[in-house]
Design a protein around this ligand. Structure first.
Ligand code: 5GP
Length: 235
């Protein structure tokens, strides 16, 4: 079978081949994955997200919030800690990709954090609640639809969830109670996600999460239209 490299004068070299009359394009690059991770506080999802980002597998999407920093949290690293007025100003300016009220505080993902990375082929990880995830899923933007990979992290049991939350020691009793009450409502949403990770040990969770991200990079939707030489969406 004769293979002919496609190349037309004046245009950059293409990665396509003509095989028996068919033009077969080979993509150069892919889009980044938009990895949405949800789950109740205390499942260990934030630690999980941080670990894969520290390992260089994805960039962590630093959200904005109106809640006060916990000891050790840094502005621009854990969150952008904004006043309510500043948060509202950014909502009005249309700066947020999604935003929601969670545990009596406002949280939101900035558009600028997400789109540039996806186009550059960088995987970006969003640790957001079920309302934010629902907004992302209902987004009709073609780029978002192609790049989205979502996963819900479930605790192994309600008792373990309560133990893990108490063990963090970062919340006062009232906040802890509120988070435990909200956890049940949040967990009802797991079937809406493409993937579910029932938490086990930290090590085991990380292995399974890494496998999911790695398999996710093989999706055709990340390659179609990701560079000028690729075919457009056939749909
Ligand atoms: P925490 O206050 O414990 O850091 O986060 C509380 C909840 O807010 C978590 O479920 C977390 O996933 C969620 N969250 C953090 N950032 C965002 C965001 O930008 N948007 C939405 N919708 N939820 C967020």
């Amino acid at each position: 079978m004769a293979l002919t490299r496609c190349q037309s004068a004046g245009s950059p070299p293409s990665s396509g081949f003509i095989i028996s009359g068919f033009i077969v394009n080979f993509p150069h690059q892919r889009l980044g994955q938009m990895i949405v991770v949800s789950g109740p506080s205390g499942t260990g999802k934030t630690t999980l997200c941080r670990k894969v980002c520290e390992a260089g597998l994805a960039v962590f999407s630093v959200s904005c919030t109106t809640r006060k920093p916990r000891p050790g949290e840094q502005h621009g690293v854990d969150y952008f800690f904004l006043s309510e007025a500043e948060f509202e100003r950014r909502v009005a300016a249309g700066d947020f990709f999604e935003h929601a009220q969670v545990h009596q505080h406002a949280y939101g993902t900035l558009k600028e954090t997400v789109y540039d990375h996806l186009r550059q082929g960088v995987d970006v990880l969003l640790d957001i609640d079920v309302q934010g995830a629902a907004m992302v899923r209902s987004c009709t933007d073609e780029l978002v639809r192609r790049c989205l990979l979502d996963v819900f992290v479930l605790p192994p049991s309600p008792e373990e969830l309560a133990a893990r939350l108490r063990g963090r020691g970062t919340e006062d009793t009232a906040t802890l109670d509120l988070r435990l009450r909200n956890a049940a409502a949040e967990m009802a949403h797991w079937p809406a996600y493409q993937h579910v990770l029932v938490s086990s040990t930290r090590e085991e969770d990380e292995v399974r999460f890494r496998s999911l991200l790695s398999a996710g990079t093989l999706r055709t939707s990340l390659y179609l239209g990701a560079d000028a030489n690729s075919p457009e969406d056939p749909a």
